[in-house]
Design a protein around this ligand. Sequence first.
Ligand code: SAH
Length: 228
Amino acid sequence: MFLARVFTLYPEIFPGPLNKGLYGKAMSENIWDLKTINIRDYTTDKHKTVDDTPYGGGSGMLIKPDVLGSSLDKNLKTGEKIIYFSPKGKLFNQSIAKKISKLSVINLICGSFEGVDQRVIDSRNIEEVSIGDFVLSGGETAVFIFLDAVLRLIPGVVGNNYSIEEESFENGLLEYPQYTKPQIWEKKSVPEVLLSGDHAKIKDWRLSQSEAITRDRRPDLWQKYKKD
Ligand code: SAH
């Protein structure tokens, strides 16, 4: 069982898209589970204050370390991995998704406002992860993307494991183009080689397509692929 704990100020939006077909089914089969923790439940004042102004000035508010710290301490066991979604984190990718999919528990913190007090990140050994070079209004949508990428890698979630192995990034390349019926559509036929039944030739064609697309669209991936 893979358990994802999500620390958020908006628990009502979960499981959201993580409840769709595949993932809803896998959850009912106890392959994975989602627990949401409302950070606001760990406030101690009567106004349930979760945020405050930044020391040193500046616009916006920050989630208070005492509130966030206590929400973590009261819900997780020592040694569990904790991720805080943040634009200054390590860039998320398929290889991180793979590593996470092998864990049994992951704790995910959604920031809001301008972020969180740095002391919680340091004292609870929290890893910062970014889902891309852009700024969101909160970590919740980042969690959806993160868990969508992770969950489909857990055995039993996606039926046909083969389809996972052939995908973009699996061999450091982007995926080759794919075609289905009808064989001729708007006067365009599918590439001849795919109709040949020659599996070695098809494999070669797909690899060369993958290489050409990667070279053209993602010079960064292409450089890495050539080096390895
Ligand atoms: N002041 C911060 C941005 C805060 S955005 C800065 O300049 O770095 C508010 C929240 O949205 C963050 O706490 C984080 O949880 C989430 N968020 C925003 N952009 C993100 C990204 N690219 N990846 C992951 N989480 C992000």
